[in-house]
Design a protein around this ligand. Structure first.
Ligand SMILES: C[S@@+](CC[C@H](N)C(=O)[O-])C[C@H]1O[C@@H](n2cnc3c(N)ncnc32)[C@H](O)[C@@H]1O
Length: 172
């Protein structure tokens, strides 16, 4: 569902996010700020806006690698965060997530805000529910992620050396 913009997305009032090894799969995104309250904007899911056709083409490749950064914007367009996304693309899937994505119309553009569903504390891993197909959902359920050297984190991290912090903060 598309809803109207909120000020926090318009003003890019994002929380700090850290990347570290996930508790469930590969790398994950963790809250670096002290706390996020329900409804707070955490981050914006950014990337390349591509057509459904291109998403299908890339999706077949990503399926083979069992690692996808595609996010369906609407029936015709998709956001691919693999090459040009930001840290929130490392957020993993959960059926009981602490975050929820919302598509907002901001100054005529559709943007994807990732919002806190509940109170989230510094060092907590961030999850949202992916809207992938049944086959991929089953892979998550079975935890059948196949490792791929290009998607294992390090190559991507080298491409964006300034954007990533590989130390998980202590939650003490
Ligand atoms: C957007 S990436 C998330 C970051 C990823 N963990 C990484 O290291 O690059 C999405 C991919 O992470 C993996 N993934 C995400 N959530 C998962 C889960 N709950 N169980 C198993 N694999 C998951 C799948 O391979 C999925 O295609």
């Amino acid at each position: 569902m598309i809803t109207c913009a909120d000020i926090s997305l318009q003003r890019k009032l994002y929380k700090q996010i850290l990347i570290a090894e996930s508790d469930v799969a590969g790398y994950g995104a963790f809250l670096g700020s002290s706390v996020a309250y329900p409804g707070d904007l955490i981050a914006e899911y950014t990337g390349e806006i591509i057509t459904e056709e291109e998403a299908d083409r890339r999706g077949r490749l990503y399926d083979k690698q069992a690692c996808s950064y595609l996010f369906n914007l609407d029936e015709e367009r998709c956001v691919d965060a693999r090459q040009f996304g930001n840290k929130i693309r490392f957020a993993n899937h959960s059926s009981k997530p602490n975050c929820v994505p919302k598509i907002k119309l901001v100054n005529g553009d559709y943007r994807i805000g990732i919002y806190a569903k509940q109170a989230i504390f510094q060092g907590d891993e961030l999850f949202f529910e992916y809207m992938y197909d049944a086959h991929q959902r089953q892979q998550f359920v079975n935890n059948e992620r196949v490792d791929d050297s290009e998607q294992d984190g390090l190559i991507i991290l080298k491409r964006f050396p300034d954007n990533y912090i590989l130390v998980r903060p202590s939650s003490d």
